[in-house]
Each structure stands twice: as structure tokens, then as C-alpha cells.
Write a protein that binds this ligand. Sequence first.
Ligand SMILES: *Cc1c(COP(=O)(O)O)cnc(C)c1O
Length: 393
Amino acid sequence: MTSKPDHEAGANLPYGRHSVDEEDVSEVVRVLSGDWLTTGPEIRRFEQALEEFLDVPHCVAVSSGTAALHCAMQACDVGPGDEVLVPALTFAASANAALYVGATPIFVDVEPDTLLVDVASVSERITERTKAIVAVDYAGQMADYDGLNQIARERGIAIVADRCHSIGARHARMSTGSIATASAFSFHPVKHITSGEGGVVALADPERAAAARRFRNHGITTDHRERDRLVTHSYDMVDLGYNYRLTDLQAALGRSQLRRLPGWLARRREIAARYDTMFAGMPWLVPLSKRVDRDHAYHIYVVALKLDRLTCDRDKIFEELRANGIGANVHYVPVYLHSFYRKRLGCQPGLCPVAEVEYRRILTLPLYPAMTESDIERVVATVDRICRKYSCD
Ligand SMILES: *Cc1c(COP(=O)(O)O)cnc(C)c1O
């Protein structure tokens, strides 16, 4: 007999989980037996579906969210000598993209209750070398694009929106194309919809969109299919680009998934509202704040532990949750505390004090559309039982 964790009640609940149905499978199989496995008609169909869903003039599908961020930096003419402001609490890729184009990421702090980029910290750290601001829609809630645009517009600074958490969230007045110069989305399996790996850059400006299109294909002006159509073999490489192409198989999967996104968003919001209600009375933690004027797509559900009410640290609660089948996680360690950033940029603890304090008390709890009411209750009951065990009172 194997020993089970005490109170074991069912299978492990991951913090996120993709969902692929029969229709997704048959879409991929259809493409697999067709003429184009990559750079074929599925790419444009997926892009058009995204342009419609996101209400943006141009979508450029690429091989990952990270590639989308790199393309966005390029499309915003960010380069050597430039500074890019990046919130400290995000996935490393948000900052890495600035380094890819030879710019320097300058880390800015976050608001303690939403973990969204703090506009005051942005104002403080702007210099005449600031070329772009990366806005991260942390957890799925829109960043303060009104505040950011006010600062950016008057100085001609680009906004690169890292919207890998927030597909489906909308700004009350501005469109996807107007909140940011370029926006990056990811279709990694842990995100709202997946294409296996994949991403998209969304932009309003046709020239920047053309630059992003070239960038994903080695900096070449036409693709293979266009040359076939024009009956020509010649092409020109005008910039240094990469192979960031998405395959047609992936595009077909992504477009199929997109059809279910509205339903999934509704379910994510429902689950988050259930959590909010059930956690409201608990003295040991507080869910992140939701701004009333802001939309939220709930990529992840994050709570902050009140460490002064507990006799242990966050990692102890994390370990106990994992031991009880609850797939808790932590998003994220402040990027500049990674050893690479300490070495490369000489970053030291203390750079973004709010991010560092909040990092030590945040936990991401399971949230995905297929969760049942009893899954939700099990998460809340397990959190309650573990916190009770380490309660100061
Ligand atoms: C997932 C994610 C990325 C990177 O996306 P990939 O598709 O994995 O390359 C970048 N930024 C944030 C905030 C993310 O969550």
C-alpha cells in the first residue's frame, strides 16, 4: 500500500489546464492531409479571426508569445542604446525581449494590491533614453493604459502590451490597437487558448505590421506562397529577421480554440467570483484587487497571504497545498532577482520594494474552465485547513 497525503480527496488539480476537443483534432487532421503544413492559408484565416476578435486592424501570427514580444520591440523601433521600462513582477520574457533588440530593461515597481505596473514608478524611472514601456496585464487584468498613454504620448514613447494573460479583456473606451503601439499574446497550453506553441502581435499601424511580418520571416519581403502567386523566384531581404513562423497545423488549432474562448472567459470569471466570495471571510489571505473601471480575463487567480497572521512562510503553505493535490504556483519572482539579470545588469535586491514584498506572499490557485464546483470547494477548504493549522490566533 502506498501512503496517501492525509485528507486526500481526489486527483491533483493543476493551476491551469488546456482543453482540446474532437473539433480541434479534426481541424488539425484536415490541415495535416492538405498541401500546406506551414505558411499556407490557415495562417491568414487565424489572423483574420484574431483581428475580428481583438478588434484590431493587423494581427501577425508567430511561433510563441516570446517571439511576439520580440517582433513588437522591433516594430516599435527599439534598439541599442534605448531603455525599456518593464514591471518587475512578470515572466522573464517581458524583459528578455528588450535585450534581444539590444536595449536595456529598466525595472519598475508594481501596485501592491493588483500587481499591475505602477504608473508613478514608471514616471520616476523615465529618462530621455526611454523608448518603450512594457505593460503587463498581470493575471488577466488590464494595466492602467489611460495613465500609461498619458505619460507615453507626450514623450513619443511606445507602449508594448504584454497581453499573454489577458486575451478577451477589453478597455472601456480604447480598442486593442489604441491602448498600445503593439500587443503580444501567447498560445502556450497554459494560456486561455492554445496552438501548442504560438503567439500573435496585434497592431494598428500598417507599416509596423509589415515590419512584424518581415521580422517573422528572416526580414524577407514576400513569402513562398506570394512568390508562387506572382510567378517569381526573386525576393529581397531588407532587415535581419528570424524564423518565427507559426505552422498551419498550429494556426488551425488556434482558430478552432478561439471559437470557444467567449464561453471559457465567462466560466473563468464565474470561478473567480466564486473564489472571491468564499475567500472573503478568511483572515489569512486576500485575493488581488480588481479595479472597477478595468476588465479582467482571469488567466490566473492570485491571493496574497497575510504573513503576520501566519506562523509560517508562503513556501510552507505552497508545499502543503501541493502535498494535498492542489497545484498552487507562484507568479513571479521579480525578474531582476534571477541570476542572469544580477550578472548582466548588476541588479540588486531593493530595486522594486513592493514587488519583492508581494512576491514573498503571493500564491496562484487552480483556475481553468473545466473546474467543477466541487473542485473549487476543495481548493478553498484545503487552503482554509492549512492556514488554520499555521494560524497565529
Ligand atoms: C506566457 C507568457 C509569455 C511568453 O509566452 P510564450 O508563448 O511561452 O513564449 C510572456 N509574458 C507573459 C506575461 C507570459 O505569461
